[in-house]
Design a protein around this ligand. Sequence first.
Ligand code: SF4
Ligand code: SF4
Length: 413
Amino acid sequence: MYAQPSGGLEGTPRGEEAQALLRNCVHCGFCLPACPTYRITGNELDSPRGRIYLIKQVVEGAEPTATTRHHLDRCLTCRACETACPSGVEYGRLIDLGRALVEERAPRPPLERAMRRGLTSLLSRPALFGLLVRLGQAVRGWLPAALRTRIPARELSPVSAPSAPLAARRVVLLEGCVQPGLRPAINLAAARVLERIGIGVERVKGEQCCGALGHHLGHATPAHEQMRRNVAACSAALDAGAEAIVSTASACGLMVKDYGRLLAHDPEYAARARRVSEATRDLAELIPPADLERASTARGRGPRVAWQAPCTLQHGQRIGGRVEALLAAAGCVLTSTREARLCCGSAGTYSLLQPELSGELRRRKLAALLDDTPQVIATANIGCLEHLRGASPVPVHHWIEIVAEQLDPARLG
Ligand code: SF4
Ligand code: SF4
């Protein structure tokens, strides 16, 4: 799909990047059956190939229309098309580039723009978001069902954080934005499991939203500012001896792993961003299954768990299989599921901005996960967790909470 950049993109790094990315697509269509939105609507413009065609038109100077925006908005950025593509098309980079171009060349109506910016801003402020969650929890019983299902019940027996790290090995555990307000037990469980295998955790001062929320909505400038501040904070921790940057949210971990590429043209931050990305690990990459096997008290007697691999883990970070090994090592019984590659419909702000497609995907995903009568669903990203929990008849947890319980049921209640 050869593209000739135009409309001010010719001869620019962005134009060259777009041209190189578009060139790899040979229109074969192998990606279509992998695409959740195409599977629901059957419309070629809701498929990866159709969206790539729309982006090519914009790169070549065509004015984006309402149709262009509509079909790009409906993409989940799940990247299932990337792992299905035999030609190695980096669709995730293309859709981010295309969205940013459309935002610049055909700005949305002011109300819609304000709503999207307000949403990103609220979700990336942990203190404000946490306060609203607590208020919502206080009046949860009186709320209409549609709103009530979006607010998790308050965790009744919060566990305390481990004492100051005494371990020789130390990692930075990123707090995240919405997770501390919705599920504070996740990072506490991660800290306990890491402590158990001899790794202490520390927090960094000045942590910001990883930037994923704004980046995927085409708001590059504020997102890059958040990334730069995280790079500065994490670099200082690495200088002081931390061996890795760790996130319990696979979407945030994926974003931080991409800082090096995204800030490559920033002379002040490029080298530090690359170093931070290279040091970033998903939690599942840090824990050896053998350590869990040794520490588990319930070998083979643990709960029946249905595993839901977030797209950011399997298609983005491409580390499928690791969590399953850890759950099994901790004594859990993994149930069989269908549709392992299908997005659950959460996708950052997608469940709020595209409720119909998102709801249909959740219905399909839950049906596939519940096939083999699990006692609990495990996942690795707060967005997927809360989205599935809103309609699941069985509890939904982060996998590290289940592992922590297997290792130390008395302490974790
Ligand atoms: S599978 Fe890859 S090369 Fe084929 S149409 Fe899809 S993106 Fe293009
Ligand atoms: S990222 Fe997901 S929703 Fe978007 S085109 Fe690819 S497969 Fe379809």
